[in-house]
Each structure stands twice: as C-alpha cells, then as structure tokens.
Design a protein around this ligand. Structure first.
Ligand code: PFF
Length: 439
C-alpha cells in the first residue's frame, strides 16, 4: 500500500521543505525578542550549544522514525513498535498539537499578511510611536480584520499543501526559501550600515556571563525545540517522504544550521536598528509589529525595507504552517483514507474554524500556546528520544544512518544522547515550565 508514497525529489527539496518548517515566526519574531530579554550574546552561546548537543540528535531521531516506518507520525509508532501501544500517544499528540498550534500560529501569520498590505499601502508611515502601538493593539484585539487575514493566510497554506509533497510543498519551498534568504541578507546589509551597527552587534555577540542563570539556560533549550520544529512529529512526517538515497545526518545538520543562521541573521537585521534609533532591546513580543515600523519610519528607504521585512515574515510563517497542516492532512489520508484534496479541505476548514475562535476568544489563543509548548512538545520530545534511544535502538538507527554512506561512528554518541541527555534536559524544561523547579 505504500509503493506510491509521494516523496521529495532531491536533497535540496528535502532541505528546503524541512528548513521551511523550522524557519518561521520563531526565528524572526520570537528569537530576537527572547534573546533581547535574556541578555544577548550569552543567551546565543547557550542556544548554540543546545542546537548542537540536543537539537540535531532529536531532529535526526524524528527523521529516522519517519523514514523507517514510511508513515507520518501517527502511524509510525504503530509500525515500528506494534506491541508498545503506549507510544501511539506520540502520534496522537503530534497530530493534535499540529492542529492546535496551527490554529493560533495562523492568526499571527494573518497579522503578517495585514502588515504586508499596510506596508505596501504606505500606511505605516508618518505615525507616532503611540499611534503605531495603538494601531497594533486595535488590530490584534479586533475581530473582523484578523479573521479576514486568517482566511487569506489559510487559503494560501492549503493551496500549497493540496499540491502534495513534490508538486506542492517541495515546489513552493524551493522558491520561497531562497527568496527569504536574499531578503534577510539585504536587511542585514542595510542594518550594518546604520549608526547603531557596532552596538547592535556587540549586544548580539558579546557574551555577558553575569546574565546566565537557570532560567536563561532552560529558555534557550525551549526556544531551540520550538525553532527546529522538533518534538511534534512534524519532522518525522517529512522524514517519511525522504528517499533512502538521502543521508539523514547531513539533512539534520543542514536544516539546523540553516535555522540557526536565519535566527542569528534576524538578530543582525534587527538589533543595529534598535540601537540606532534608541529603542530598548528587550521590547518583548511587540518588537517586530510595533518597534520595527517605528524604525522603518525613520529610515532612508524605509518604505521598501518595511515591505521586504513583512514579506520575509510572511514567507517564514507560510512554510512553517504548511508543515503543520501537512501533519494533519497526512493523518487524514493515511488513517481515514480520504483523498489529499478532501483531506486538505477538511483539515483547513477545521483549523480555520478553531483559528476564528482564537481570534474571538484570546484566552483560547493563549491556552493553546501554553498547552502545546509547555506540555505536548516536551512530553513528545522525551518520548521520541526514549523511543529511538531505548526501544528501536542501535540496529535500526545504524541501518538508517548508514543507508547512504553515513557515519557509523556517531551512532554510539547519538544513542547516549537520546537515552539519557536529551530526556533529562527536556524533563528539566518541562518541570521549570510547570513551576516545579525553582531557579
Ligand atoms: N519552527 C517554527 C518556527 O520557528 O516558527 C514553528 C513551528 C512549527 C513550531 C511547527 C512548532 C512546530 F511544531
């Protein structure tokens, strides 16, 4: 039944799609403000450590679970460990988390559509900082406009997913990701020419170790998980579309490097401007929607840079939402046996419906965010590591990694990380989020 499984056609397709999932609002909207609030360079160092030590191994485990089983996250555990019914919970959580995350992620993504339109219509100019902040507050707390943009955004997402893996996801991410890369480079060059460049860069790159404490460390790990899209089974689902000829370790490393690079470049694009225009680097979540338009307003060529920035944000959000919708669609096609078209339509209508509720009742928005990132993500993250480390173990892992001349040497290290280091570290983040760890 799996012979006709759709797959990515080549290495670039795999990387564009997986990097498209990883690179999102988490890199461009969240990373700069979390870094700003947590002391800059020191946070960056710890973040990099976690990406290498835990992020890459967990991403690799997801890729190999998916490819081994040739099923999306829901079916994968049933196939790889039929006797261990308990692990089905990862699939159930993965699909429900993707569903819940997409319903609020798409609302924020809708804001990026609105801001792109505002930037194009030159509506962000000549506004005082107070007006810009009121404008954002008005917009994000109103009902009809966010719903309208949510619908527009979900239609775009569905339009890509309906095409399938090769002719939808791969085709679009192969074009959109390079565009994203060029836009961010242009924004970085512009930022480096500003007066605040040196100050911005030293904030970003000069570690101040006095700022490091337990909370900062755990914040960095949580951000690494969210940013790499791991712990949700999304990467496992994409893994199931990767052909045997691809090297999974290289894929995990390339995607993690691309994701980290874009987060750092977003910092390089934003902080010099923050310092050049005398704005506090720890402005929080409003950093890109309120602070940046102020900066574009005062900048030479600000009209174009504003458009470029919001298009960048929109592309980043779109390719991540595509991966979230794909997990739900793959579940419906594989388990309920609907065609991709029907499944996409059904999933889109359900997610959009929930998204509308998130707009109308902001507490839903906050609760979905809270429940998914504080409970579902770490629990699945631990189970995925334990599954590969303890259950499917060395033999499957070796075979998947060696499939295309991959290195065998790293298998031992990988298994130790997955058996002990990753579950323990994730458990700490989990306990901290639940307030069980007093740091
Ligand atoms: N990794 C994406 C980002 O950084 O914005 C978002 C994301 C996608 C997070 C999928 C979690 C997820 F399951």
């Amino acid at each position: 039944m799996n012979q006709k499984r759709d797959s990515f056609s080549d290495k670039f397709g795999v990387i564009a799609a997986a990097a498209g999932s990883a690179i999102g609002l988490g890199n461009i909207w969240r990373f700069p403000y979390v870094l700003g609030e947590n002391g800059g360079g020191a946070f960056l160092l710890i973040y990099l450590f976690f990406i290498v030590a835990i992020g890459v191994p967990v991403m690799l485990s997801e890729l190999l679970i998916g490819r081994r089983a040739q099923r999306s996250v829901f079916g994968a555990f049933k196939i790889l460990a039929p006797g261990l019914k308990f692990f089905k919970v990862v699939g159930v959580m993965g699909v429900s988390a993707a569903f819940l995350i997409l319903s609020f992620y798409a609302v924020v993504a809708g804001w990026t559509v609105e801001y792109t339109m505002l930037a194009v219509g030159n509506q962000l100019v000549d506004k005082t900082p107070v007006e810009l902040s009121d404008m954002f507050a008005d917009f994000s707390s109103s009902v009809w406009r966010p719903i309208l943009y949510l619908l527009v955004f979900m239609a775009m997402t569905a339009g890509i997913v309906i095409g399938g893996v090769k002719n939808g996801i791969e085709k679009y991410t192969k074009v959109l990701m390079p565009i994203l890369f060029v836009i961010i480079l242009v924004l970085c060059v512009n930022a480096l020419l500003l007066d605040g460049a040196v100050e911005g860069l030293s904030f970003l790159f000069q570690p101040d170790f006095s700022k490091i404490n337990g909370i900062v460390v755990l914040e960095a790990l949580g951000q690494a998980f969210f940013s790499l899209s791991i712990g949700m089974g999304i990467i496992a689902t994409y893994g199931s579309y990767i052909q045997k000829k691809e090297n999974l370790l290289n894929t995990a490393i390339s995607v993690s490097v691309a994701d980290t690079l874009i987060a750092v470049l977003a910092g390089v694009a934003i902080f010099p401007a923050v310092f050049a225009f005398g704005i506090q680097p720890d402005a929080g979540p409003g950093l890109v929607f309120v602070t940046l338009p102020n900066i574009f307003n005062q900048m030479f060529g600000g009209y174009f840079f504003a458009i470029a920035f919001f298009v960048l944000l929109l592309i980043a959000a779109l390719t991540s939402s595509v991966s979230l919708l794909e997990v739900v669609v793959a579940y419906i096609t594989e388990e309920i046996h609907l065609s991709r078209q029907k499944a996409t339509l059904l999933a889109t209508v359900m997610v959009t419906f929930l998204g509308v509720f998130c707009v109308i009742y902001p507490f839903l928005f906050d609760s979905f965010d809270y429940v998914t990132s504080n409970f579902m993500l770490p629990i699945s993250g631990i189970l995925i590591s334990v599954f590969v480390g303890w259950i499917i173990g060395k033999q499957h892992t070796k075979e998947e990694l060696e499939a295309h001349g991959g290195s065998v040497k790293i298998v031992g290290v990988l298994i130790v990380i997955l058996k002990i280091v990753a579950p323990f570290a994730i458990a700490l983040v989990f306990m901290k989020n639940l307030g069980l760890l007093d740091l």
